[in-house]
Design a protein around this ligand. Structure first.
Ligand code: PLZ
Length: 446
C-alpha cells in the first residue's frame, strides 16, 4: 500500500478524557440535538486521517470503526477530497431527474463491471443504504407483480418504515415506531456458532428456510428474498458454506428476485469487491452504500437490466440521488481501491486478526467465536463454560479500549459482539497496536 498520512499515525490521550472542549460540546448538544440519536464516542471529532481520529482536545484515537464501514479509503483521502472540491466548484447539484450529467452514467458503467453477475445491468443511485433497499423491494414488486418479501433473523436493512420492518432487532430500531410495513416474513438464518445442531450444513440450513417459505408464504407469492451475504449489525454472521447458493437457486426456480444487501460488506471490505463474490452467488439485485464514496452520502441499486427496466419511467428517483459531488467521490474511491488493491489489504487484515485472536481464543473461553471476512471481523463473547451471550463483558472491553484510545464498535442481536472495521488505509503498525490494546482489555476483564 502506498499511502502518505497528513496526521501523525500515533495514539495519544492527553489527561482528562473526554477533555474540556468535548465536555463543553456535550453540554451544548444536550440542549440542541435530539436525545434519540446516540454516539459511540464521548469526544468530538476535529480531524481524521488514515487510522487516526483527532478530537477537539487533541486526543488521538485509533479508528477501528470507519464510521461504520464507510471510510474504507480514509476519511480525508486526498484524491477523494480533490475530486469533491473540483466537482463542487463546477456544480454541486442539478438533480439527475432535471438536468442529468455524465459522472452518474460513468459510475453506473463502472459498477456494472465490478458488481457480481455476468449479465447486462442497470444502476440507479440514492443517498442512504435504507433508500437503496427500499427501492430494491419496489423494483422486485413491480417486476414480479408479487408482494411478499423475505428477510432473515439477525438482519439489518435500515431505519425507514419499510427497512425497519426488514430489520430483525426490535430495540432500539423498531420500539414504538410502528405500525410496520405488511407482507414481510422472517426466516431462520444460518448462524453456525448458534445452531442447535452444530453439524447442520449450509445446504441443510437453506432447506430449513426454504421449507418455512413454502409452508408459510408459498414460493409463487414471494417478490424478493433479501439477505446480507455477511450480516453486519446482527453480529458479523457468516452463513455456512452452501447456504446462500441454495437459497439463491431456490429463488431462481420460483421466479423470486434475490437481493444481496452489500451495504456493509461491499467495496473491498470483505476481501473481495463484494462478499457475494466469495460466496459464489450472482444476486439479481445488489444494494450498495457506505464504502462506495469515501464518506460522501451515496447509495445505489445495481442489477439485472430486465428487472430495473421493468419499472415505468419516473417510477424511481429522488431529489439528491446520485448527487454529482458524491458520485465524483465514488469514482475516485473505486479507483483508489483498485490501484492500492484494498481487497488484498483486507485479506491481510483478516489473516492478522485470525492469527492473533485465534491464539487468544485457545486460552480465554469468553471468546466464544471469532469470525468474519477481510476487514469485517468480530469476536462473540460468552460466559465461561457455555454459549450464553455476555453483553456486559463486551461493553466493558469496548469501554476499556476506548479509555486507552482505541475506538471499537459492538454489534449483534445479543449485544455481545466486538466488531473490527478498520479503514483499509490503516498502517500495520497502528493496527497491531490496536490489537495489543484489545488483547490487554480481554485479558483484564475476561
Ligand atoms: N443495510 C447491511 O449495514 C447500515 C446502521 C447504523 P443507511 N448499517 C449501519 C445505525 O444504527 O443506523 C445498513 C447496513 C445494511 C442497510 C443499512 C442502512 O444504511 O445508510 O444507514 O440507511
Amino acid at each position: 500500500m502506498d499511502v502518505t498520512y497528513r496526521i501523525e499515525q500515533k495514539r495519544q490521550i492527553n489527561g482528562a478524557f473526554p477533555g474540556p472542549k468535548s465536555q463543553a460540546l456535550a453540554a451544548r448538544r444536550a440542549k440542541a440535538v435530539a436525545a434519540g440519536v446516540a454516539s459511540s464516542l464521548p469526544v468530538y471529532a476535529a480531524d481524521v486521517d488514515g487510522g487516526i481520529i483527532v478530537d477537539v482536545d487533541g486526543n488521538q484515537l485509533i479508528d477501528l470503526g470507519s464510521g461504520i464501514a464507510v471510510t474504507t479509503v480514509g476519511a480525508s483521502n486526498p484524491a477523494v477530497a480533490k475530486a469533491v472540491a473540483e466537482q463542487a466548484a463546477r456544480f454541486t447539484h442539478t438533480c439527475f431527474m432535471v438536468a442529468p450529467y455524465e459522472n452518474y452514467i460513468e459510475l453506473a458503467e463502472k459498477l456494472a463491471t465490478i458488481t457480481p453477475g455476468h449479465f447486462e445491468k442497470r444502476a440507479v443511485f440514492f443517498n442512504s443504504g435504507a433508500e437503496a433497499v427500499e427501492n430494491a423491494i419496489k423494483v422486485a414488486r413491480v417486476a414480479t407483480g408479487r408482494q411478499a418479501v423475505v428477510a432473515f433473523d439477525h438482519a439489518y436493512h435500515g431505519r425507514t418504515n419499510l427497512t425497519m420492518g426488514l430489520t430483525a432487532k426490535a430495540a432500539p430500531y423498531k420500539r414504538g415506531f410502528g405500525p410496520l410495513a405488511p407482507e414481510i416474513y422472517r426466516m431462520p438464518m444460518s448462524y453456525p456458532y448458534r445452531e442447535e445442531n452444530p453439524n447442520i450444513s449450509g445446504k441443510e440450513a437453506a432447506e430449513r428456510a426454504i421449507l418455512a417459505m413454502e409452508k408459510q408464504i408459498g414460493g409463487d407469492q414471494i417478490a424478493a428474498i433479501i439477505i446480507e451475504p455477511i450480516q453486519g449489525e446482527g453480529g458479523f454472521i457468516v452463513p455456512a458454506t452452501g447456504f446462500l447458493p441454495r437459497v439463491a437457486e431456490w429463488a431462481k426456480e420460483n421466479g423470486i428476485v434475490f437481493i444481496a444487501d452489500e451495504v456493509q460488506a461491499g467495496f473491498a471490505r470483505s476481501g473481495a469487491w463484494f462478499a457475494s463474490d466469495i460466496e459464489g452467488i450472482e444476486p439479481d439485485l445488489v444494494t450498495v452504500a457506505k464504502g462506495i464514496a469515501g464518506g460522501m452520502p451515496l447509495s445505489g441499486l445495481i442489477g439485472r437490466a430486465e428487472l430495473l427496466d421493468s419499472v415505468h419511467g419516473g417510477g424511481l428517483g429522488g431529489t439528491y440521488g446520485g448527487n454529482p459531488v458524491a458520485v465524483a467521490a465514488a469514482l475516485e474511491s473505486i479507483k483508489f481501491m483498485e490501484e492500492q488493491d484494498l481487497a488484498g489489504r483486507a485479506r491481510q487484515i483478516e489473516e492478522q486478526f485470525f492469527t492473533r485472536f485465534g491464539a487468544i481464543q485457545k486460552e480465554v473461553s469468553a471468546l466464544g467465536d471469532i469470525r468474519g471476512r477481510g476487514a469485517m471481523v468480530a469476536i462473540e463473547f460468552v460466559k465461561a463454560g457455555g454459549k450464553e451471550p455476555d453483553a456486559a463483558l463486551t461493553k466493558k472491553i469496548a469501554e476499556e479500549c476506548l479509555a486507552e484510545g482505541v475506538l471499537i464498535l459492538t454489534c449483534g442481536t445479543y449485544g455481545n459482539v466486538v466488531r473490527l472495521l478498520p479503514p483499509l488505509v490503516i498502517s500495520d503498525e497502528l493496527l497491531g497496536e490496536a490489537f495489543d490494546v484489545l488483547e490487554a482489555a480481554i485479558r483484564k476483564h475476561a
